[in-house]
Ligand binder design. Sequence first.
Ligand SMILES: N[C@@H](CCC(=O)N[C@@H](CS)C(=O)NCC(=O)O)C(=O)O
Length: 86
Amino acid sequence: MIVRSSVPSPFGRKVKMVAKYLGVYNALTIETADTNNPDDTLRQQNPLGKIPVLILDDGRKYYDLARHLRISRFQSRWPHPAPDRK
Ligand SMILES: N[C@@H](CCC(=O)N[C@@H](CS)C(=O)NCC(=O)O)C(=O)O
């Protein structure tokens, strides 16, 4: 799975954080995207031109991701940060 994102993106960070909680972070390849570059393939992956975008191995693409992640569900189950979270 690929996540198109950038280091400073708070939405990208949210997706990475949930992936760590779910234990799937190591299955992700993080690919930097440049939202200001019209030639970046990002616009083919997300017509909104926004990050993050999750691209599954079968090519399916999901965007507007961060909005739908409910961190509170994880927090209610694990009230403290996971031990491996730094
Ligand atoms: N609702 C989107 C928000 C994503 C978003 O706004 N990302 C910012 C970067 S943190 C972005 O791509 N901005 C570029 C732009 O608006 O052109 C989500 O949940 O993923």
